[in-house]
Design a protein around this ligand. Structure first.
Ligand code: AMP
Ligand code: MG
Length: 328
């Protein structure tokens, strides 16, 4: 769809798909209850799972929530970008967006098309990932068309997403900042800017194991972002390559081509998350590769956690942990 049509659809309480640098979002006016209800309906999202509101900058964020010193420092450092703040909401934000919570999630997206739409509309936009609830997030227009079929909302094509995983969600409603969802902006980068320690109660730990700390963010169930094919998740590549679960009717997903599986008659076929092994390339392709693996209609997808040597891998391990049906 054209930018003009997108803007007029959103002004008329319509819903359309917009590109962001993280994943594609199903956007609507954050001030229109009827549009928000459409978004929940199209996604099949439970009403208990709140939406992120997108704004142009920190000053605009302050129109919808009570910003503070932490959010200001972090917005200066990371906005526009993949960092979402949870802050006390103002009355203009309908309770349907926040699932009845007194706080709202807000971020400023970097994608030029999304920003262009925000500038023209001058209205905050709610935009959860443009996928049916609990499925893999879409990172290119084709993913959305395939997931929604004939009911697919109109899409503003912004090409493949630059980052490929959802934003970091940081709760700033209490004295101590707390990461509710791991994402492209890591804990140490946030700590460096704030000059104080930051907690992390995301549903999974950096090594992909389930956190012992109870989750505090709605919609962050430990099974989420999942392909349809069962996914077996190994602690590292070596354990996976030695596994006796691997069969020719399965597919194995590896970080990059220099890592070869021993080709045997019984062995599964292999896919790669990237050609380079670079964490950002892997992130960009994480969901699209799992989608490709899913489409092969094999019995099982095998993959392994990434090493603990890069903050982006913590977020990727979190997503793999949520996609997994079996942990080995
Ligand atoms: P999505 O827009 O699909 O990427 O996911 C948005 C996620 O942000 C939700 O699933 C929640 O985990 C989190 N979130 C949104 N609003 C709040 C809030 N007020 N408090 C805590 N977490 C929130
Ligand atoms: Mg989502």
């Amino acid at each position: 769809m054209s930018l003009e049509n997108c803007v007029s659809s959103l002004l008329g309480d319509g819903v359309c798909v917009l590109p962001t640098e993280t994943v594609y979002g199903l956007a609507c006016s954050a001030l229109s209850v009827s549009a928000i209800e459409k978004v929940y309906r199209i996604k099949g999202r439970p009403a208990t799972n709140p939406l992120i509101v997108h704004v142009l900058n920190h000053a605009k964020a302050n129109d919808i929530c009570f910003t503070n010193e932490f959010s200001e420092k972090l917005a200066n450092a990371f906005w526009p970008g993949p960092l979402t703040f949870i802050l006390p909401k103002r009355d203009c934000i309908p309770r349907q967006i926040t699932a009845g919570l007194p706080s709202v999630a807000v971020r400023s997206p970097a994608h030029p098309l999304f920003r262009n739409v925000l500038e023209r509309l001058n209205v905050p936009l709610a935009a959860p990932s443009a996928n049916p609830a609990n499925k893999l997030s879409p990172t290119c227009p084709q993913d959305i068309a395939e997931a929604f079929g004939k009911d697919c909302p109109e899409i503003l094509d912004g090409g493949p997403c630059e980052l490929g995983i959802e934003s970091t969600v940081l709760d700033l409603t209490s004295e101590f900042p707390n990461i509710l969802r791991l994402g492209p902006i890591g804990q140490t980068s946030i700590e460096e800017v704030l000059g104080c320690p930051v907690n992390c109660t995301s549903g999974a730990n950096s090594n992909g194991t389930k956190s012992e700390i109870p989750k505090t963010s709605p919609g962050q169930e430990s099974k989420h972002y999942a392909p349809d094919t069962p996914l077996y998740l190994y602690p590292n590549i070596n354990v996976m390559l030695k596994s006796n679960h691997l069969k020719s009717s399965h597919v194995m997903v590896l970080p990059h081509p220099p890592v070869f599986a021993k080709k045997t008659k019984q062995g599964p076929c292999s896919l790669y998350f990237s050609q380079t092994g670079n964490p950002l390339d892997i992130s960009r392709n994480l969901f699209s590769t799992l989608r490709r693996a899913d489409k092969l209609n094999k019995e099982i997808i095998h993959t392994s956690l990434f090493p603990d040597n890069d903050e982006l891998y913590y977020a990727l391990n979190d997503r793999l942990g949520r996609a997994a049906s079996v942990r080995l």
